[in-house]
Design a protein around this ligand. Structure first.
Ligand code: SF4
Length: 241
């Protein structure tokens, strides 16, 4: 995401507080994997989630977020697409669009969202009868089947404020509940699982952010050739909206 900020804002200095903090899902997707999928499915467009490296974006046709993935895939007007790197978001898009979605890598996922089990959600439903269940589309299709609402982080934050339910079971990275509780203090928000904590995100501490702001380092650098390819895929996504 820091690379994306730098690519889309070439006139700005972008710093990242902890370069060792890298999305575990993004790290699983390599350029050869995308190239190999292109060779297996000639002519099939490649859609790559923004939670990916700049190098992966650079060899993709278009990027997407969890909020616009359905719109982006539909905009391609293709009978099938290659989708990377989250197989659960790929399944969600396939179910919503009826388009064949080929996940690359086949087992790509966010370990934090993948960890949420059907048993976890059922346990919270039993403990909180009448609660609304909302989950992120990076959770498994089996978990999504139990949800009243499936949406991106921004959609979930909106939904928490708008829902008529007094209690909401939230199936996404647990730190998001902090922001939700500030925006919807009247709601009882229950994590679907306390174990949904991203180790990479936890590496970003307040001290590191303060140091990055003060020193304006470490600066995020992206190879100009890679940045040009990634910018093309990102800007194509922004045109879809
Ligand atoms: S929760 Fe962590 S591993 Fe999952 S998509 Fe976000 S940054 Fe990546």
């Amino acid at each position: 995401m820091a690379e994306t900020a730098a690519i889309l804002n070439p006139d700005k200095t972008v710093v990242h507080p902890e370069p060792l903090s890298q999305c575990a899902m993004a790290s699983r997707l390599t350029v050869p994997e995308i190239e190999s999928a292109r060779a297996r499915y000639p002519g099939v467009p490649v859609v790559t989630y923004v939670n990916s490296s700049a190098a992966a974006k650079a060899v993709s046709d278009i990027c997407c977020t969890s909020a616009n993935a359905v719109r982006v895939v539909e905009s391609l007007e293709a009978p099938r697409v290659i989708f990377s790197p989250d197989r659960n978001l790929a399944a969600y898009v396939a179910a919503r669009t009826g388009i064949e979605v080929i996940p690359v890598p086949a087992l790509g996922c966010c370990p934090t969202h993948q960890s949420l089990s059907v048993c976890d959600v059922e346990e919270q439903i039993r403990a909180h009868p009448g609660a609304e269940v909302m989950v992120h589309p990076e959770t498994t299709p089996a978990v999504q089947a139990l949800a009243d609402f499936i949406g991106s982080t921004s959609a979930m934050i909106r939904r928490v404020q708008e829902t008529g339910a007094a209690t909401v079971i939230v199936g996404t990275e647990v730190s998001i509940l902090y922001r939700m509780r500030k925006l919807a203090p009247d709601k009882v928000l229950v994590p679907a699982s306390h174990l949904m904590s991203c180790a990479d995100m936890r590496m970003i501490t307040l001290d590191l952010v303060e140091e990055a702001v003060r020193t304006r380092t470490p600066v995020v650098h992206v190879d100009p050739g890679v940045a040009a390819g990634a910018r093309r895929a990102l800007e194509r996504m922004l045109e879809v909206g």
